[in-house]
Every structure is written in C-alpha cells, then in structure tokens.
Ligand binder design. Structure first.
Ligand code: ADP
Ligand code: MG
Length: 470
C-alpha cells in the first residue's frame, strides 16, 4: 500500500491530521510552506524553506508529525528534511553529523537545467537544486539603499552578457539582499529563456568542488562544467581569500566566460579592491565591469519590506507593530525578516495578538543574543585597526582630533552593539564619565546621518564586527 502512495498524497493526508490538532495561524506559518519531495521505503522527504523551520518543527511538533506519519505511512515511517540552502557569509552550516544528511548543504552548485535528457555529459546528473524561487524582482523592495544595484541587476537580467556590466559585482553587509538580487537575475532569465544554463554557487562551494575534482581526478569534468554556462553567479567571493589554487582556477574560468560573452555576477561583503588574500590580477578582473553597493535600508524601505513580507505570509500586521519593528531593527533585512517570523510564531503558539507589546518581547530576546556576543574590547580593536591608530590611544587623555573621533565612534558602537551601561562603557575608555559617552553617541549619530565619510566608516566597522560575532 505504501508503494502506491505518492509523496504529495502522503503528505496531504498527514496535513489533514496535523491541521486538526493546531491552530490555523500556526498551520499557515509552519506547515503550508512545506513541500513533499519523495517517498521511498516509508521515508518521506519534505522540503522546508529555511533551516530554522526544521529546528522549529522538530522542537515543537515532533510528536504530532511522527504520529500523523505513522498513521498514514505505517509504523516505520520516517521524516527527512531538506532545507532550501541559503548561503550566508561566515555562517557555519550544520555538519552532516548533526543533521539528517539531506539537510546538510550540498557541496554541489545550485544548478537549474531545464531539459535533463538534453544535458551534455559534462553537466553532472546531480539532483537539481533550483534557485530559491522566492528570490525574484517582484519580492524585492526597492529603496534608496539598493536602487542602483537593483537597476543594474535588471539591466543584466534583460541582456545577460551583453551589457558592460560584466562582471556585475554587488557588495554590502550581511543580510542586505545581495543573494536575493543575484538569484532574482537568475530566476528572471530562466523564466524567459529556459534553455539558458544558469549556475549559482558560492566561493566556498566552488572551492570544495575544486578540491574534490583534484582528489578524484575529475579536473577535466569540473573545468568543462564551469566553462559551459551562460550565467555564472558566485556568492560571497570574500571566501576565496587565501585559497590560491582555487583562485587560479577561477581566474581562468572567469576569463574564458568573459571572453565568450557570458554573464558573470558576483557578491562580496566589501568592495573587491579591499579584499585581502586575493590575487591582484583577479581583483582587477572583478573590477572590469560594474561594482555597486547595497546600503542598509532606510526607515521607509524597512516599512515597505515588512508590509510586503506580512502580506506574503497572509498576516495582517497592525501598523503600530510595523512601525515599531522598522524603528528598532535598522541594520539588516535578514534580521527584520527573522523578527517578523519569530513574532508570528510567538503569536500563533501562545495564541496572542500581534501587538507592540509582543514585538517588544521578541526583540528583547534577539537583542540579548546579539549584544551578548561582542565585547567592548572587540569594538576597540576593530575601530583602532580601521583608523590605524594604537588601541591604547582610545583610552588615553589625548584630545588630538583624529583620536577623539575614533574614540567617539568606538563609544557609539559600544552603546549600540553591547548591553553595557554608559557608565561601564566610560570606564573602559580610560575612566571617562557617562556624560562623555552620551555626548559621543549623540555626535556620531548625527554625523552618520549627515556626513558620508562617517557613515561609510561606521558601516565598514560594523561589517567587520558582524563578521566577528557570527
Ligand atoms: P545577503 O546575501 O546580502 O546577506 P540576502 O539576500 O540573503 O542577504 O537577504 C536576506 C533576507 O532579506 C532574504 O530573505 C531576502 O529575501 C530579504 N531581503 C533583502 N533585501 C530585501 C528587499 N529589498 N526586499 C525584500 N526582501 C529583502
Ligand atoms: Mg548572501
């Protein structure tokens, strides 16, 4: 009987049982986005949109899911999760040992090829993990912070390989939409020209594959694979740093594709010219097209993002809650999204209304986690390195302007990124008074909004700190 069940029917029957046991909002949030993928030998594979879905489901609904599976599939029923893998810079992916094997990130690039029977041999017959279908231009909110990047991506999507935007390099801090925009280009192209070979990978995956190809004597296959794409997207190229042999190989792939008029899109956490441990000739290749940044979103954009996301989730989010979230989560869209989902989850699990009060509670948890990670010393270290001054000078009495400026930026970031009191922060800066810290915080806050140079410095330092705290 099991053999005759399709994964869709099996999962549908499970959902019927699950739906009867939980409230509608929970069902909508956590179960509707799941897609059944496969059913073999009583083992049902489902695809979840994020890794945290897996964690959340296991933590909260393990018993219910297991019970429903057993009643539909039989006593040996087993569930395997597969997450749509999203690469995040600096984030350590769970190791295969910790998670069901299907959840571990695949070492292969995400490839979409549309007519499998026509695949030339060099295209590996791996299971095709498609681009994340959520990442489209329609679901991307445009604002001042990403306007230019977005326009460049649209231009490339319309004319891949034939604009002067080749390569197109998007750079910016964590969670600002680089991966989303890049994949939107891929999705756009495939929707219109389904025969194109669009390959999405990250520098990390490229490296892993390269090493494996050497070990398994499959260099020829590896090289052929990458030289025969129409659009190559490589995420987070900062992780090429220090990997000389991989860089060398990538350099040649890059040149071959570029010469053949194929489109290359790259993302990076900083401007390519600031990359350390990357060969100069590669950096200069990166710069021969268009490099554009994505800045943190302004207030209006954050509001628009929250509105769009809650609409997509089918949730009616009161405007005071939208404003509260937009005012308090300023640096990163991934966090904005995470808080929104967490808020919806809390509301559904605890049967509470979506209110500012609940949002405050959710945000407190997030802030505590984030703030616990960085120390005042971390910040002093990064700030002094940025301004190339001796760290001790931040603590001394000197009023020399450039040192006072660096000190004020460090104090401002300590206030913003740690949970220490003004008094404690002052103490760590050579025993200064809390009013000095207030003055520093206010001064820099003003400068960040008015002075481009300060804005850029603070963002660059923040990026490095983000990196440290991951
Ligand atoms: P990055 O690659 O820069 O770290 P991502 O592209 O992974 O960031 O974006 C993080 C999350 O924020 C994703 O879920 C993405 O869909 C969302 N996101 C980022 N920018 C926008 C935007 N302008 N509009 C809508 N969603 C966005
Ligand atoms: Mg990314």
């Amino acid at each position: 009987m099991i053999d005759t069940l399709s994964p869709e029917v099996a999962w549908d029957n499970c959902l019927r049982i699950i739906r009867d046991n939980i409230n509608p909002l929970t069902f909508k949030t956590w179960f509707e986005p799941i897609k059944p993928v496969r059913l073999d030998n009583s083992q049902l594979t489902i695809q979840v949109p994020h890794q945290f879905f897996y964690e959340w489901l296991e933590e909260h609904y393990y018993a219910l899911i297991q019970k429903s599976l057993e009643s539909v599939i039989g006593p040996n029923a087993k569930l395997v999760y597969r997450a749509v893998v999203e690469e995040e810079p600096g984030v350590k992916h769970p190791r295969p040992a910790d998670l069901p094997p299907e959840l571990a990130p695949s070492p292969f690039p995400q490839v979409r090829v549309n007519t499998p029977q026509e695949q030339p041999r060099q295209q590996r017959p791996q299971e095709t993990t498609v681009l994340n279908p959520r990442y489209t231009f329609e679901s991307f909110v445009k604002g001042e912070s990403n306007q230019f990047a977005c326009a460049a991506c649209l231009a490339v999507a319309n004319n891949p390989g034939t604009t002067s935007f080749n390569p197109l390099v998007l750079y910016g801090g964590v969670g600002l939409g680089k991966t989303h925009l890049m994949q939107a280009v891929g999705n756009f192209i495939l929707a219109r020209q389904s025969h194109k070979k669009v390959v999405y990978t990250s520098s990390d995956r490229f490296t892993i594959e390269f090493v494996e190809a050497i070990q398994n004597d499959r260099m020829h296959e590896f090289t052929n694979f990458y030289r025969n794409v129409d659009v190559l997207m490589v995420d987070d190229i900062q992780f090429f740093s220090g990997k000389e042999k991989t860089q060398d190989n990538f350099f040649h792939t890059f040149n071959a594709l570029h010469q053949a008029g194929k489109q290359i899109i790259l993302t990076c956490d900083r401007p390519p010219k600031e990359l350390k441990g990357v060969d100069d000739r590669l950096i200069s290749r990166f710069q021969c097209g268009l490099t554009t940044d994505i800045q943190p979103p302004d207030y209006e954009t954050r509001i628009a993002i929250l509105q769009l996301k809650s609409q997509t989730e089918g949730i009616d989010l009161p405007s005071d809650v939208v404003e509260y979230l937009a005012r308090n989560i300023t640096s990163n869209i991934r966090e904005l999204e995470g808080c929104l989902i967490s808020l919806i989850a809390h509301a559904s699990l605890e049967g509470r209304e979506l209110s500012v009060e609940l949002a405050q509670k959710v945000l407190q948890n997030v802030a505590m986690v984030r703030k616990a990670q960085l120390s005042i010393q971390d910040i002093q270290k990064v700030v002094s390195a940025h301004f190339q001054i001796n760290e001790d000078l931040l603590l001394e009495k000197t009023r020399k302007q450039e040192i006072a400026y660096a000190r004020q930026i460090a104090m401002y970031l300590c206030k913003e990124l740690t949970s220490h009191s003004l008094k404690t922060i002052g103490m760590h800066f050579g025993g200064r008074d809390h009013s000095t810290v207030i003055h520093a915080v206010q001064t820099i806050k003003l400068l960040v909004s008015k002075d481009d140079h300060t804005h850029r410095s603070v963002e660059s330092i923040r990026r490095q700190l983000n990196f440290m705290s991951q």
